[in-house]
Ligand binder design. Structure first.
Ligand SMILES: [Zn+2]
Length: 152
């Protein structure tokens, strides 16, 4: 029997199997809350899960996430599963793949970096997979200390 913690959505995106405690960070990565929009967003944290022990769930009404946005989630929650829902049916499942580069979402911590100048270039980071995921600025080679704190 399935226990229903948050109600299903009619149209939009459901992100399941988020690392427990990370739902708010995933929301931040996705630019939620988005100024000027009033779509319903449901967040459930520390939901009991057979597979994971605990998990977080995030549901966004009336927003269909794009592949690029989905891949960003893998920076903080690589095992999340994403379903696109239309008329209460899952019409598409999206696989997470770690992006090779991240553009414009994260700020470089080097104040002298060309991306932080008066007329800044859009930031770009190479995604390095070592112990977990690290980001390296392609302009000045500095590593991002804390990805979540550096999100623009
Ligand atoms: Zn830099």
């Amino acid at each position: 029997m399935k226990e229903l913690k948050i109600s299903p959505i009619k149209n939009g995106t459901a992100i399941d199997h988020i690392e427990p405690g990370m739902a708010l960070k995933v929301a931040k990565l996705l630019g939620i809350p988005e100024p000027g929009t009033r779509s319903t967003v449901s967040i459930a944290m520390f939901v009991k899960s057979k597979k994971m022990g605990f998990k977080d769930i995030l549901k966004i009404e009336d927003r269909e996430l794009k592949k690029r946005e989905v891949n960003i989630i893998s920076l903080v929650s690589p095992n999340a599963s994403i379903s696109i829902i239309k008329d209460e049916e899952v019409i598409k499942k999206l696989q997470l793949a770690l992006p090779k580069t991240v553009t414009g979402i994260v700020r470089c911590s080097n104040p002298n970096c060309i991306t932080n100048r008066d007329e800044p270039l859009e930031s770009e980071f190479a995604v390095i997979k070592e112990d977990g995921v690290r980001l390296r600025c392609v302009y000045c080679d500095r590593y991002v200390n804390d990805i979540l704190e550096s999100i623009v």
